[in-house]
Design a protein around this ligand. Sequence first.
Ligand SMILES: *Cc1c(COP(=O)(O)O)cnc(C)c1O
Length: 323
Amino acid sequence: MSEITLQHIFLASKAIKTLVKRTPLMESSRLGQLYLKPELLQPTGSFKIRGAANKISSLSPEEQQRGVCTFSTGNHGLAVSYVAQCLGIPASVCISDHVPESKKSAIRRAGGNLFLCGGGQDQAGEYCRELARTNGLTLIPPFDDPAIIVGQGTIGLEILKELPDADTLLIPLSGGGLLSGIALAAKSIKPAIRIIGISMTCGAAMYESLKAGRPVEVKEEPTWADSLLGGIDLNNQYTFELTRKYMDDIILLSEDEIAGGIRYLIEEHHFVAEGAGAVGVAAILAGKVSTPGKAVAIVSGGNIGSDWVQQILQGKNALANPV
Ligand SMILES: *Cc1c(COP(=O)(O)O)cnc(C)c1O
């Protein structure tokens, strides 16, 4: 695929229809003109199923038969395992030590073959590339791939269809697949829409990379937003440039601000979101979004262990134990 266009995103929304839910927009009126896009309601509990479904269904029957592999902070591995299981394809998932137990067991339940690789997300990536080479598997990248980006972009189509006068989109940001896809769809339809990426203060790989003008490595720190950990890939081909092109602002949040977002979603909506899924709401609550207008927060996922939820509801603001 040379250039990614709105047309590719329309095609993706058709391709993923049977596997993926069309999530509703919900008002969160205590915070003004704020809407939530609750992707935590997807099967597998995050939006990652969109990209995975689009990429895996685009493979040839031979490729599907040989199987797929991936590396992941959890939710992508879970989405790949689930989609592969639905389509009767074997899936191997390489993960680092930083992936919480709740996500490991969910991947096993979805039929994924787990490889524990130690270290961080980047080591898991290296291990996975080797596994793909030696076993003839197709690697399903977590973000830096056109089929993944347009799959995630289907969220942007759904939002603009339902709320054509949206002013601001609040998008959790890690590798940038989610932001690139949504921004591409939304700005193609409404060029004036504001795209805001949100990461945690410590270990924000895209933020540090944009500042440096090239992909750089960051140290992974314990965070409630574990799904936002990991680098953007030193050989990044797509999402670095797309994020640079489309993102209007970036907001960084402290751990206690992220915890505040999780608490708000439980108390106001009875949504149990994971840290990464709560950052949009958290940014509004922290007063860090200037003139949001009609804003949509992508509640990107809900895969959080009950132990963390308990700590957060008890008022604990930072994660003490390393993840
Ligand atoms: C993967 C993930 C993100 C970040 O998506 P990127 O495409 O890597 O930027 C945000 N929230 C959740 C819940 C995720 O699983």
